[in-house]
Ligand binder design. Structure first.
Ligand code: ADP
Ligand code: MG
Length: 387
């Protein structure tokens, strides 16, 4: 009986989540970094779901621009607080949902901080990826009398429109001591499904996950001059596949969670964008705008969704749209000299957002709605006259 109530609650919960819409946008503002001169922030203020940015025109005139999202995390918000608002979405994976979480923003705005954490990880600074997996383990254990879960992960990188497996011991073989990873080799056997050639590794504990993430990050750096450079020009995607078998009904449910750290969204510097840089920038632009197009056409419930325009959207096709749930974390840097990128990031986020326009736009929306209402009533009147 208790199980029944639990099941009912879960269903109800998912219905509520569905009502709230399948696309969510959260905005996170990075704090000024230690040692950085304490300069002014472009963020004027944050309240509820609104963020206001101070802008300066070419002629030095100051202005304000406001944006509305599902949630805004200010610079002092902790990793645990960010995760708390992500947790319900992540748990729905155990009920058979496909979930995609993206980190979007210019290089240095905090994408990797949100998803993975800083380079020196502590319990407090662990990012969404690790917390998500450890939460999935905890909940699946709580349900183990009813459902038996298998959890496995894949990690790939998309660089210049090519997908590369990050969970392969080969990459490690070349540069890193192999023995640290020998246990992984026994696990790396099964093949995955969303990228059929990429290894799918079963995981049973959070330490497995930490080791795999470490391997993935090290593999990502192979062949790059500097890790940060490479990571800002490629997308990395950690995919968690969950399969649950109901012990009594023997039904199988499958869910997946894509955790994506996107390439830096900054536009290439015109003077610098030559050769390889230009090629990278072109690929990044193409894939980020393809992602924007897909999400915004889903948000608008368009019948045609242009998945095939990039490797990134092809990779995630099954997990974007339909019953899938999408969360975009957009990141902004607070520095005055980043204001151009900050505004273009927020405009991108606004485009993919389904949030009803906030008070800053209420007038515009109000008049649109009024106009439509008037049209409807005049059409109704015309119909009535005909009858
Ligand atoms: P990106 O991945 O977008 O290029 P990073 O996540 O590497 O950016 O962040 C750049 C720097 O800022 C890193 O040193 C990171 O630890 C730090 N940082 C980012 N966000 C935060 C935050 N919310 N709190 C503290 N430090 C942060
Ligand atoms: Mg990064």
């Amino acid at each position: 009986n208790y199980q029944k109530v639990l099941e009912e609650n879960r269903k109800l919960y998912n219905q509520v989540q569905d009502l709230k819409g399948n696309i969510r946008v959260y905005c996170r503002v990075r704090p000024f970094l230690p040692g950085q001169p304490n300069s002014l922030s472009t963020v004027d203020h944050i309240d509820d779901g609104n963020i206001t940015i101070t802008t300066t025109s070419k002629h030095g005139k100051e202005g304000k621009k406001s944006f509305t999202f599902n949630k805004i995390f200010g610079p002092s918000v902790t990793q645990a607080e960010v995760f708390a608002d992500t947790q319900p979405l992540i748990r729905s994976v155990l009920d058979g949902y496909n979930v995609c979480i993206f980190a979007y923003g210019q290089t240095g705005s905090g994408k990797t901080h949100t998803m993975t954490g800083p380079s020196e990880l502590t319990k407090e600074t662990l990012g969404v990826n690790y917390r998500a997996l450890s939460d999935l383990f905890i909940i699946s254990e709580q349900r183990q009398d009813v459902i038996s879960y298998d959890i496995s992960v894949q990690m790939v990188e998309i660089y210049n429109e090519q997908v590369r497996d990050l969970l392969t011991p080969d990459g490690v073989n070349k540069k890193y001591p192999f023995r640290n990873y020998s246990f992984l080799c026994s696990l790396i056997s099964q093949k995955g499904f969303n990228v059929p050639d990429a290894n799918l590794v079963p995981v049973t504990s959070t330490s497995d996950v930490l080791n795999l993430m470490d391997l993935g990050h090290k593999n990502r750096a192979v062949g790059a001059t500097a890790m940060n450079e490479r990571s800002s020009r490629s997308h990395s995607c950690l995919t968690v596949h969950v399969q649950g078998r109901n012990m009594t009904s023997c039904t199988i449910l499958r869910g997946s969670l894509h955790l994506v750290d996107l390439a830096g969204s900054e536009r290439a510097d015109k003077s610098e964008a030559l050769g390889d840089r230009l090629k990278e920038a072109t690929h990044i632009n193409k894939s980020l705008s393809a992602l924007g197009d897909v999400i915004s056409s889903l948000a608008q419930k368009n019948s045609h969704v242009p998945y095939r325009n990039s490797k990134l959207t092809q990779l995630l096709q099954d997990s974007l749209g339909g019953q899938a749930k999408t969360l975009m974390f957009v990141h902004i840097s607070p520095e005055l000299n980043a204001v151009g990128e900050t505004l273009s990031t927020l405009k991108f986020a606004e485009r993919v957002s389904t949030v009803e326009l906030g008070s800053a736009r209420a007038n515009k929306e109000g008049s649109d709605v009024r106009e439509l209402r008037e049209q409807i009533s005049s059409l109704k009147a015309a119909l009535a006259r005909k009858e």
